[in-house]
Design a protein around this ligand. Structure first.
Ligand code: NAD
Length: 265
């Protein structure tokens, strides 16, 4: 498969380029960066510390989509919308790791997925995908006498909160309980909040240092607390998951898929 990496000079983009270069069956066809970005025109391999590979970073996603079978996108919501549109036009596989999408933006990606296979997950790691599946199962068993709280910590550069993964875990818990997350999510607490409403799913966010991504889902009742925790210590797990998703998507019909589909859960 010929693969393009959009946002290839970003933290995840660089990781993805290295992963694709080292994966048998995948060939790196090109990469893009934001219009006017300082890495435009530089050799992709050199930018990611792999050594020269003779492919310069471009700022033309249309040209990239014209020469690939699939694209991996860990950029930002407006860019991902443009890439989803191009994937639909070219019928190319799109693996989306971008988080912080608004519901109307996710709806546009889903629309594009009518014409191309799009795999989207707020966290591409295999461990987190399993944590989500387990969270849904536990929430199905434990009733509202168990208060659900989700705590996450990320590095100081992260711009969205709660993390897409924390919200994904919240959605999994809500699904297990048969409710909509938007109706029960308690995303911030400050000042005199009053007692905790029964059935709410609470979120707490920590930011600092170089933490790659820690998530805990707590089910707290009178007399016991059940916790599901995942800690990522390297971003490579996300890149490995994205590449696994790309290999899985080869030959799949158009549709919006998740990492659960990729893992057959
Ligand atoms: P980053 O800021 O280091 O990288 C983003 C890159 O995208 C930058 O280099 C930026 O210049 C580039 N970009 C922005 N607009 C572009 C455009 N129109 N065309 C081409 N490139 C463009 O951020 P990051 O830490 O690599 O994270 C990127 C996204 O991936 C965030 O939304 C983050 O939350 C998400 N993320 C998801 C997972 C997952 O497993 N799903 C894991 C880690 C990060």
């Amino acid at each position: 498969m010929r693969i393009g990496i959009v946002g290839c000079a970003g933290r995840m983009g660089q990781m993805l380029v290295r992963e694709v270069l080292q994966t048998p069956g995948l060939e790196l066809a090109g990469g893009t960066e934001r219009h006017g970005g300082e890495s435009i025109g530089r050799d992709i391999g050199e930018v990611v510390g792999f050594g020269k590979i003779g492919i310069p970073i471009s700022e033309d996603p249309k040209a990239l989509f014209a020469m690939v079978d699939g694209v991996i996108d860990f950029t930002a919501p407006p860019a991902t919308l443009e890439h989803a549109r191009l994937a639909a036009e070219k019928r190319a596989v799109l693996v989306v790791g971008t988080t912080g999408m608004k519901p109307e933006q996710t709806a546009k990606v889903a629309e594009a997925a009518r014409k191309a296979p799009i795999i989207m997950a707020p966290n591409m790691s295999v461990g987190v995908t399993l944590a989500m599946a387990i969270t849904e199962q536990v929430a199905r068993v434990l009733d509202e006498s168990y208060d659900i709280e989700i705590v996450e910590m990320h590095h100081r550069h992260k711009v969205d909160a709660p993390s897409g993964t924390a919200l994904g875990l919240g959605r999994a818990a809500a699904k297990g309980r048969g409710v909509e997350l938007d109706e029960v999510a308690l995303r911030t607490r400050d000042g005199h909040t009053g007692a905790r409403p029964r059935g709410d799913i609470g979120f707490a966010v920590l930011r600092g240092g170089d933490v790659v991504g820690d998530h805990t889902v707590m089910f707290a009742a009178d007399g016991e607390r059940f916790e599901i925790t995942h800690k990522a210590s390297s971003r490579q797990v996300f890149a490995k998951g994205a590449v696994r998703a790309m290999l899985w998507a080869k030959g799949k019909p158009p549709g919006l898929y998740s990492m659960k589909d990729v893992l057959g859960l």
